[in-house]
Design a protein around this ligand. Structure first.
Ligand code: NCD
Length: 311
């Protein structure tokens, strides 16, 4: 049977997404039930671009399920430096592992790999394009903390052009009733036109604004902050000009709704002042923990083991 891959959050139907999030919540509540379900299984983490959370959370997820991990964390330490293609690499890795998570600076590289792979390939971030497993993390966090995925007003702030987490999250949330977006970015870092056009085509309410102020934050259920993606800029001067465009600090948080949660895929640079961390609405570190449960549920789902437990 052909393996199932994850390239975009839309690869799962809304029903499949709900099922996966239910599984992730069950794992959160009953971790012991799942601690040996992947005994003897291996995940390969092939990271051609830096990562802390995504790679380590995949590895932690597989270990929590009883499985093992192998892989590389930079292209310098793989045969990519010798000129090996991702298509060849995945054919090799298919002999060593049962599932693979790949991050690559080139958009579409994990998709190319998936076409030659005999094991499930997970897109762990491809250039400025998509980051579906961060979206699973974000969806689980929002559902757990707000109790729903529909009827939400979501503000996304920062680098909406290159921020792949933003593109994936917007496409995924767009499938729920009553969702609207406030897209907060400098003019140069607006969402790509394909994102804007897709929102317009689906008649999903959204506004694009530059300022992060009281009126922008009014009525928001979630404020999703992002860093300016330094590595995707062609010009250092442009990055320097943009990097501190937004700083969410205690003063700004006083103007925000009392029940608005603040999320961030991390790493944070300057866009959220450290003083905000103690605010009960700051949920970005809790989000990291949800990421492990979501990835455990994803591994089980792609391996066709979603009903497996130790019992
Ligand atoms: C994000 C990414 O890699 O796109 N990080 C992550 O996976 N949590 C966000 C970022 O790097 O800014």
């Amino acid at each position: 049977m052909a393996p199932r891959h994850l390239m975009s959050p839309l690869d799962f139907s809304v029903e499949e997404m709900e099922k996966l999030l239910d599984l992730a919540s069950d794992i959160e509540k009953n971790p012991d039930k799942y601690s040996h379900v992947c005994d003897g299984k291996r995940i390969a983490t092939l990271f051609y671009e830096p990562s802390t959370r995504t790679r380590l959370s995949f590895e932690a997820a597989m270990m929590n399920l009883g499985g093992k991990v192998l892989g590389f964390h930079s292209s310098d330490s793989s045969s990519a430096t010798k000129g090996e293609s991702v298509s060849d690499t995945i054919r090799i890795v298919s002999c060593y592992a049962d599932i693979c998570a790949m991050r690559h600076p080139k958009e579409g590289a994990p998709l190319v790999a998936s076409m030659k792979s005999s094991i499930p390939v997970i897109n762990a971030g491809d250039g400025g394009h998509q980051h579906p497993t961060q979206t699973l993390t974000d969806m689980m966090t929002i559902r757990s903390l707000k109790g729903r995925l529909g009827n939400l007003k979501i503000g996304l702030c920062g680098d909406l052009k290159f921020g792949r987490t933003v593109h994936s999250l917007i496409s995924s949330l767009s499938r729920y009733e009553g969702v609207s977006f406030v897209l907060i970015s400098p003019e140069e870092l607006r969402v790509p036109s394909y994102v804007r056009e897709s929102l317009a085509a689906k008649k999903i309410p959204f506004e694009e604004v530059v300022k992060l102020d009281e009126s922008t934050m009014s009525g928001l259920d979630v404020l999703y902050m992002t860093r300016v993606q330094k590595e995707r800029f062609f010009n250092e001067a442009d990055y320097v000009r943009m990097k501190d465009f937004y700083i969410l600090d205690r003063e700004k948080m006083e103007l925000a709704p009392k029940d608005m949660i603040v999320l961030h895929p991390l790493p944070r640079v300057n866009e959220i002042a450290v003083e905000v961390d103690d605010d009960p609405r700051a949920c970005y570190f809790r989000q990291v923990q949800y990421g492990v449960y979501a990835r455990m549920a994803l591994i089980l789902t792609l391996l066709g083991m979603e009903d497996a437990t130790n019992e």
